[in-house]
Design a protein around this ligand. Structure first.
Ligand SMILES: N[C@@H](CCC(=O)N[C@@H](CS)C(=O)NCC(=O)O)C(=O)O
Length: 348
């Protein structure tokens, strides 16, 4: 057995033969390849050995198809399984483990540990993003640059330098931690098998290795990290088929939707269920999604939207890092502001 076979065997997979998911509904990833976040989702497919379809979305707004599917979110990646649409790698990992529980689990460690590495990866993205903006902003055409200035309103593009020792040192701190962890745990951060820790860390090292030559020597300095990066690359991306947006509309029309989780009465937003809301990604402006809040708990918020006339989709958002606002039209029917006399004597 060659290297690919050995890795696949260790992962409990048949080498590069995609398996379908439990429900046998096509997995459609709306994405574009040169995003580290899309790469993470693709690697999840590889880790589980799944068959999937890729529908390429534009890299800049407007993105009418994906915005219709999600109610307005425009980021990559988005996973569609029939009438259910999952936003963000956090929800994508959970959805894949749900539809394919017998293949190696992505979130194998428990909510807090899986959540911790997800958050760690989001944090490492900031210095890498700054390196990427510094390196490429002068090469991008005006439309792309203007779009990314809208996506990252808090970043001062003009202040970013390609050579920034402090930023490199920050990045090195994160990478050094992966390298040290690898020495403790074996071939993968997950031990014998890759899991969420490997996926979330790998996507960011992929970003360095594929697009940031200024940063790349920092990776090369850590041998365990380099070897792990190669092992992760070898896992591949499952069985991919490129498709057009029509597959998404067909899947939407012909599939059942997932049963929603019950909304918990203790959930602070319980009263908002059934009302019109907007969900906004907190960190960067990847577009607000509008729809009817169908369920909310500490794990997800689900919006019902209407991508095609008379055809609804359920859009699943993480609670980590996403904010829910009442839509303006619904303001009168939602809970009123607390009167000043009842406000607590503490403001932070
Ligand atoms: N936490 C999100 C982050 C997604 C994200 O930031 N994606 C970037 C691509 S690198 C994006 O959507 N950029 C704007 C765009 O493509 O429209 C996830 O893991 O899915």
């Amino acid at each position: 057995m060659g290297l690919d076979g050995a890795i696949a065997r260790r992962q409990g997979l048949r080498a590069f033969k995609g398996t379908t998911n439990m429900a046998n509904i096509p997995l459609i990833l709306h994405q574009y390849d040169i995003s580290p976040f899309s790469q993470k989702a693709q690697k999840m497919m590889g880790l589980k050995g799944l068959s999937w379809q890729s529908v390429e979305m534009p890299m800049i707004a407007p993105k009418p198809d994906v915005e219709a599917l999600t109610g307005g979110y425009r980021g990559t990646p988005v996973l569609q399984i029939g009438g259910d649409v999952y936003v963000d790698n956090w929800m994508i990992a959970r959805a894949l483990d749900h539809v394919s529980p017998k293949t190696p689990l992505i979130n194998a460690r428990g909510p807090l540990r899986d959540g911790a590495i997800y958050a760690w990866g989001e944090r490492l993205f900031t210095p890498l993003l700054h390196s990427a903006l510094a390196a490429y902003k002068d090469q991008w055409d005006a439309d792309f640059l203007a779009d990314r200035k809208r996506v990252f309103p808090d970043v001062d593009f003009d202040a970013l330098e390609v050579h920034d020792a402090e930023r490199l040192s920050q990045i090195r701190a994160y990478l050094g931690a992966i390298n040290a962890e690898l020495k403790l745990c074996g071939g993968f951060l997950g031990g014998e098998r890759a899991d969420s820790w490997d996926i979330h860390a790998w996507g960011l090292v992929w970003m360095i290795k594929s697009a940031l030559p200024e940063v790349s020597p920092v990776v090369d300095y850590f041998p365990a990290l380099m070897q792990w990066y190669d092992r992760m690359t070898q896992i591949g991306t499952g069985h991919r088929e490129d498709a057009e947006i029509e597959v998404a509309w067909r899947a939407l029309k012909s599939s059942e939707k997932r049963v929603l989780p019950p909304s918990d009465r203790d959930e602070p937003l319980y009263e908002w269920v059934g009302r019109s809301v907007t969900v906004l990604p907190g960190s960067t402006d990847r577009g607000g999604a509008q729809g009817r809040l169908a369920a909310v708990d500490y794990e997800q918020a689900v919006l019902v939207v209407e991508p095609l006339p008379g055809i609804e989709a359920q859009v699943w958002f993480p609670r980590f890092g996403y904010h829910i606002r009442k839509s303006r039209t619904d303001e009168q029917t939602c809970p009123k502001k607390m009167p000043a006399s009842k406000r607590p004597g503490l403001f932070v």
